[in-house]
Design a protein around this ligand. Sequence first.
Ligand SMILES: [Fe+2]
Ligand SMILES: [Fe+2]
Length: 169
Amino acid sequence: MISDKMQQMLNEQYNKEVYSAHLYLSMCSYFMDRDLDGFANYFRVQSQEELQHADKQFDYVHDVDGKITILPVEAPPAEFESIIDCFEQTLAHEQYVTKSIYALVKQALEEGDFATHTFLQWFITEQVEEEATVKNLLSKLKMIGDNTSALYLLNDELLQRQLGAEGAE
Ligand SMILES: [Fe+2]
Ligand SMILES: [Fe+2]
C-alpha cells in the first residue's frame, strides 16, 4: 500500500518521465532534420530510456496497490538554437528531474514508506549517470567548437548508442 500523497507524487513523476521522452524525441527530430544521425540516435535512445523509467514507475505504483492516472503531457519545445542548446536544456531538465526524485525520497522517508524508498534508489543512481553523461558531452562540444570534422567524429560515436535492457545506460 502507498499513501494517496505518495501515489500522487509518483503519478506526477510518471508524467515528467513521459514529458522527458517527448522532449528528447523533439531533439531527435531537430537532429534528423540536420542529418546528424548520431546525435539523432543518441536522443532517440534517450527518449526510449525515459519511457522505460515511466514504465518502471507505472509498474511499481500498481504493484503496491496504487493506480496511475494518464494525464495530459505538455508539448516540448519544437525548435532549438544550436547543438549546445539541446545539451544545455537536457542538463537543466535532468537537474530538475533529480530534484523531483529527491522530493519523492524525502516524502517516502517522512512517511516511513521503505518500499518506495528502496524503489527510488535505482533512480538516484540513474540521475547521477544522466547528469554526468550530459556534462561530458557538453565539454566535448565546447572543445569541438566550430571544428566540423571533430563534430562528425562525435556524431559517429553517438551512432553507436543502444538502448540498455533496463534503461541503465
Ligand atoms: Fe528519467
Ligand atoms: Fe540513463
